[in-house]
Design a protein around this ligand. Sequence first.
Ligand code: FES
Ligand code: FE2
Length: 315
Amino acid sequence: MAGRFPFPIPNGWFGLRYADELAPGTIETVRAFGTELVAFRGEDGAAHVLDAHCPHLGAHLGVGGSVVGGALRCPFHAWEWDGATGACTKIPYAKRIPPNARLRSWTTVERNGIVFVWYHAEGKEPDFEIPEFPEATSPDWSDPDRYEFTVRSHNQEMGENAVDSAHFRTVHGTLNVPPAEISEDCPRRRSLQHVEMKTPRGEIRGAIEVNQYGMGFAATRFTGICETFELACTTPIDEESVVLRYAFRQPRVGGQNPTGGVAAALIRDLIKQTKEDVPIWENKVHRARPLLCEEEAPIAAYRRWCRQFYSAPRG
Ligand code: FES
Ligand SMILES: [Fe+2]
């Protein structure tokens, strides 16, 4: 591969949109996995994802197309494409629909208020699931506070950040180098770290429990000074860039969203950390055989875990 990274786009579930961004009847254009896609919600309420370009004469279904029931109608000659199967269901002027009239339809599920699609380089069916986390949709937790970054990097490189203990001190100013207890169960990976963080209110102690399902999704629980639940989606745009999305929720106080204070400071600090990581991610190279010291065994372990998501492992 001539690109910047020696690994391809990983297989797995990737968040394309938040469920509430996809109102019935709306069509969103999304570039992901090196492909142009359209995401829409049918009039039946189900979210669907299709390749964006019409197999007929190539029009973009997201530019002037419309939702008809559970299908998308092409703006050019009004052929209709079923969201769930990708089959052509109607050609307004033809006696017969060509038997091979089909567009790629992407396997889609909604979990935790996110529309996920399954990407697999060889077109294989999903082999794991994303669980529901109660905090993601519970009315007892605040409205989500959302952030989005486009980053010239790769899922593996950005995920490595979490097991790279030493950089917390140098890049983020964290006081101790937090030891992590890590457990792996195929596509799932859980890490528990005890940390101290600098906030405007001084140093705080707490724990960070990260539950990763594949390389595209992680749900994190911050406990200690202020309960925070974070959904993180890292979705490849192509082999060298991703969209990183965070949604934070915190327990409501007297039925209201918490405002200001420590709750807000924690989220500000996490966003500050991402902004500190971005220039490192965008400018580093991938060392396939890095010089690691003894304390950095978790980096090698993380890389081994990543390999299961590549159709053609390259490093
Ligand atoms: S290009 Fe889509 S119907 Fe003709
Ligand atoms: Fe970092």
